[in-house]
Design a protein around this ligand. Structure first.
Ligand code: ADP
Ligand code: MG
Length: 728
């Protein structure tokens, strides 16, 4: 029988040992992923060499040239031959040393890697020598004998033509501006941590450096000189520590932005045991605190340095050492999170206090601590006129030069302007309604009520449980220790929103409606809806009358609604703004008519405390995460959309939809409706998981009533559990 040629092809391929240079180049690509990774390794080497001054020069985003010069201890002549071999290092000899390693480097791979993907030249001089040496490397070995040369103290390492032999990598790295930005960002981070070292970073051919820091004893000074005044003046010092070996052992200190700071992106500069690292869990945890605590939807600026016993940190989990793993990471993250939370809360309160001292002029009655409605100071947030990377000292021999002038630009003037503004505002208020501004203790009382009624068992469940998913349209499934709970999302969100209204009272950010909505029409809509629900049938004239009266009432209250609750009604009786109760969350706008009607009917306008409480409850009900009005298309609700497809009109029990007559159009309409419903439900589920539960963990104080009103149901038996899963 003839052997078919196809069978020959199926022979297993031979395994062979890769050429060492190929192995090395693959490994090099891991360590040096981007130009910025090479800069990081070089700067860390300079720091390890006890340098006090490090300067970086970059050409073409680092692809043409990266030059790092330092004034450290230099490299011995006799070590130069093996300097760039893989696994040669002066920092580690035994594996056990890793447990207590203090230097940045230890793998002995960085320089070697660079020689496999670029041309490396080293110039170095050690103490007491009359001249230095220069030598170039390729693929781990010296290209020539070291040549004697003149040199200044320390080491200079130059990498040219990075990735010259990696075509694909080079191609993907064509945006050199972007690469350079990353390098500037890296140096900025180093500069604010290692404040006893001067850093500079400059583009080849540029007259000015984009980062220029001088050694300073003050961290805040360093931040100011690198990130600018607008950042530095809006920071709060923060510290935390724990020394309980059974939970966690750490010390943390840093600076975090306050509520005046405005940015679209989070800047998180994190050092753990002096290593620049990333920790997504910590970053997320802190972002959540900001989202939930501060009224402005700003992302934070965070500088944090955490120190732990070296044996609690595994530094060897990532080839570029970008990530580290910590013992008891979750406990540490949680502790830091709660410290940040309380510092931010206090800063929110003290801000009112600060303004009070600024505006103390004899002609104006002094403002009490209860005056919660001073808006945040405008100073600072707009004062950054120069982009961060342009805020540099051009002359390093004149450290206090231009920057100095920029820093102390007439602070008196700022204070002056600010104080007159607040003075005017507050005196206007005083004139308008003395009682209203002077006494807002009712809000404090309502907040105290929340604390008093808080159920500690439920609080524990809310804080410690894990969200598993939605069991049906209303109940979420939570796991707490070994128990499973069903939690009523509507009740919980209603309560959380209510509490948020009181906490953010008079300090809301606004949701701007794309088009102002006429109150009268909204109320008419709501009344009609109520009619169809209750099957009552008031005539249209009566409805109109009710709508008119309610509109009138709300117009009268508009000033208060705006000032305290950020509900803006213009002079034509249109609603155009609503408050943000939780950042990243917008309520279901289908519920606006019901809410407006509720404002007119259910709010008790007469007595202050009742008024605030019922208003907060109305807002809470409106913002709660109710099931969307369109039936859930992923469950039985899908029927709703199918039936319509066949042109039969059925009772939907929700808002009515007008179906066009033509079948083609009808199909189209159904399709749109279905996708609208899908979006609404998906969005709600996202908000429940990513906004509601994280915020509840931080802020909700569950009232005692929730223990007995069905908000939490412990799923006791497996049998019940089974039923829930059936429903999912
Ligand atoms: P590692 O930093 O992990 O030891 P590297 O490949 O980065 O490995 O560097 C190898 C060795 O070269 C270091 O251990 C150090 O002794 C020496 N070295 C590198 N850069 C410098 C520098 N700027 N100054 C002094 N010594 C340096
Ligand atoms: Mg190194």
């Amino acid at each position: 029988m003839e052997i078919e040629p196809a069978e020959e092809v199926k022979e297993p391929p031979r395994i062979h040992r890769l050429d060492e240079s190929v192995v090395n180049r693959i490994a090099a690509g891991e360590v040096i992923q981007l130009p910025v990774s090479a800069v990081k390794e070089l700067v860390e080497n300079s720091l390890d060499a006890s340098s006090t001054s490090i300067s970086v020069l970059v050409k073409d985003g680092g692809l043409k040239l990266i030059q790092v010069s330092d004034d450290g201890h230099g490299i011995r002549y006799e070590d130069l031959p093996i300097l760039c071999e893989r696994h040669t290092t002066s920092k580690l000899s035994k594996y056990e040393d890793l447990q207590s390693i203090k230097s940045m480097g230890f793998r002995g791979e960085a320089l070697a890697s660079m020689t496999y993907v670029g041309h490396v030249t080293v110039t170095t001089i050690t103490r007491g020598q009359l001249h230095g040496y220069r030598v170039s490397y390729r693929d781990g070995v010296m290209e020539n004998e070291p040549k004697a040369c003149a040199a200044v103290k320390g080491t200079q390492i130059v990498i040219e033509n990075l990735f010259y032999n990696m075509v694909a990598r080079r191609k993907t790295l064509q945006n050199s501006a972007d690469d350079y930005t990353k390098i500037v960002d890296l140096l900025s981070r180093f500069a604010i941590h290692h404040i006893d070292v001067s850093f500079s970073c400059r583009k080849h051919g540029a007259a000015r450096a984009d980062v220029h820091s001088v050694a300073t004893p003050s961290r805040l000074n360093a931040i100011r000189s690198v990130y600018g005044l607008s950042v530095a003046q809006n920071l709060i010092k923060i510290e935390a520590s724990d020394n309980d070996p059974s939970s966690s052992v750490f010390e943390m200190d840093g600076f975090i932005s306050n509520s005046n700071y405005v940015a679209k992106k989070t800047t998180m500069v994190l050092f753990i045991n002096d290593r620049l690292v990333e920790c997504t869990a910590l970053k997320r945890a802190l972002e959540v605190v900001y989202v939930a605590t501060l009224p402005k939807a700003s992302k934070p600026f965070i500088y944090m340095s955490i120190t732990l016993p070296p044996e609690h940190v595994d530094v060897n989990v990532h080839p570029t050492k970008r990530e580290v793993s910590l013992l008891n990471q979750e406990v540490i993250v949680e502790k830091i999170q709660s410290v940040v939370e309380s510092v931010l809360r206090n800063s929110n309160e003290s801000r009112t206090f600060q303004e009070q001292t600024v505006e103390a002029t004899p002609s104006v009655p002094s403002v009490t601590n209860n005056d919660l409605h001073l808006s945040p100071s405008p100073s600072g947030s707009k004062s950054q006129r120069v982009p961060v990377n342009k805020i540099v000292r051009t002359d390093s021999s004149d450290p206090a030069g231009r920057m100095h002038a920029y820093l102390y630009k007439n602070p008196q003037k700022y204070l002056g302007r600010d104080s007159s503004l607040t003075t005017v505002r507050s005196s206007v208020r005083q004139r308008r309604n003395l009682k209203e501004t002077a006494d807002l203790t009712s809000i404090q009382e309502l907040i105290n009520d929340i604390d008093r009624k808080c159920n500690s068992g439920l609080l524990d469940i809310v804080r410690q449980s894990t969200y598993i998913g939605m069991a049906d349209d209303v109940f979420a499934l939570l796991q707490h220790n070994t128990h499973l709970y069903l939690a009523n999302v509507v009740n919980l969100s209603k309560e959380l929103m209510y509490q948020q209204v009181l906490r953010r009272f008079a300090h809301f950010n606004a949701i701007q409606l794309s088009e102002p909505a006429p109150l009268q029409e909204l109320i008419m809509l709501a009344l009609k809806e109520e009619d169809s629900d209750l099957e009552s049938n008031e005539n249209d004239d009566l409805k109109k009358k009710i709508a008119e009266m309610n509109t009138q009432l709300l117009n009268q209250k508009s000033e208060m609604l705006e000032e305290y609750f950020c509900i803006f009604i213009d002079s034509d009786g249109n609603l155009s703004r609503l408050p943000i109760l939780l950042d990243q969350y917008i309520p279901d706008m289908d519920r606006v008519p019901e809410f407006v009607l509720c404002l007119g009917n259910d709010v008790e306008w007469e007595e202050e405390k009742n008024c605030f409480q019922s208003l907060a409850a109305a807002l809470g009900n409106f913002y709660a995460m109710h099931p969307p009005m369109l039936p859930n298309p992923s469950g039985k609700g899908l029927e709703f959309y199918r039936k319509r497809k066949h042109g039969k009109h059925t009772q939907d029990g929700g808002n009515s939809c007008h179906v066009a007559d033509g079948t083609a159009e009808e199909d189209e309409f159904e399709h749109e409706l279905l996708s609208e419903a899908e979006t609404a439900w998906a969005q709600r589920e996202w908000s429940i998981q990513h906004v509601l539960f994280p915020s509840m963990r931080l802020f909700l104080k569950p009232p005692n009533s929730m223990a007995s009103n069905g908000t939490f149901v412990r799923v006791a038996s497996l049998e019940k559990l089974y039923k829930i899963f059936e429903r999912c």
